[in-house]
Design a protein around this ligand. Structure first.
Ligand SMILES: Nc1ncnc2c1ncn2[C@@H]1O[C@H](COP(=O)(O)OP(=O)(O)OP(=O)(O)O)[C@@H](O)[C@H]1O
Ligand SMILES: [Mg+2]
Length: 256
């Protein structure tokens, strides 16, 4: 068996008296699409923030393809092959679709927006424009390249965020509630899109999502946390029938 892409061992993340993530362990294997679910405030985004270097874990280790990345800075972690999207949409609103993706290519090179903009030579700039075009064509967004990002329908804006994350050529993609605010049709499209990029870009994907139909349809495996602790792990069918999971969601007033 090949080594996991992501391995989280005994992660604890504490903010003052609040233990947001409590001794949580998990793996994402190569090519796997793994979901992290749990009621509001369960610690899901905090786990992502620890993986991506936004927070330094209180305890525990995070390993990417055998390399210990615990405590590295976000830009170092991006450089090692982890990309993410955020729970709330974060596009450059005054830029076109093309410019949003081009800027992500720039950031991959220098991790600094200003130096990226001013120090590039002509050949590098042309190459990035070519890469941007290739990526937008691969994901069928090329026709929208000159649209302002914020003028796109909401569902397309969320797809564009994912495409921008792909520009950093990740091995592992973290998606924090990509279906939030989407209508049923957009959610279906998103599910197909996530499966497709996983296959076509050779990715492993770790997704936080409240939309249970989507989670059950696309995930290979699911981890469930409540109050920062794992309460279940398994394939979608096992999770749907797990009493602790049903109780956690009913208790929180959420629907499973
Ligand atoms: N920077 C912080 N400082 C203090 N407390 C925090 C911080 N970040 C998160 N928390 C707390 O940690 C807990 C887990 O929050 P987190 O955002 O990880 O939950 P979540 O599972 O992503 O929830 P949701 O589904 O609502 O997005 C919450 O009690 C939250 O208030
Ligand atoms: Mg969250």
């Amino acid at each position: 068996m090949s080594e996991p892409v992501l391995k989280i061992d005994h992660l604890t993340m504490q903010f003052g008296g609040v233990v947001a993530v409590d001794d949580f362990s998990m793996v994402v294997n190569p090519g796997e699409l793994v979901a992290l679910i749990g009621p509001n405030g369960a610690g899901k985004t905090t786990a992502f923030n620890a993986v991506t270097g936004v927070y330094t874990p209180t305890a525990g280790t995070i390993t990417l393809l055998g390399h210990n990345i615990t405590g590295l800075r976000p830009d170092q972690i991006t450089g090692m092959g982890i990309a993410r999207t955020f729970q709330n949409i974060r596009l450059f609103s005054s830029m076109t679709v093309f410019e949003n993706v081009l800027t992500a290519h720039h950031l991959r090179r220098t991790s600094n927006l200003l130096s990226a903009t001013f120090r590039l030579n002509g050949a590098e700039e042309r190459q990035m424009r070519k890469d941007t075009e290739e990526l937008l064509r691969r994901v069928d967004l090329w026709d929208l390249k000159d649209e302002m990002a914020t003028s796109l329908p909401y569902g397309k804006q969320r797809l564009l965020e994912i495409v921008r994350a792909l520009a950093t050529k990740p091995k592992l993609l973290l998606l924090d509630e990509p279906a939030a605010g989407m209508n049923p049709q957009e959610t279906d499209e998103l599910g197909d899109f996530i499966r497709r990029i996983r296959d076509e870009f050779d990715l492993s994907i770790f997704i936080i999502e409240h939309h249970m139909n989507l989670v059950m349809r696309i995930s290979d495996r699911i981890y469930v946390i409540e109050f920062g602790r794992q309460i279940a792990e398994g394939i979608p069918e096992e999770i749907q029938n797990n009493q602790a999971v049903i109780d956690a969601y009913l208790g929180g007033g959420d629907e499973l």
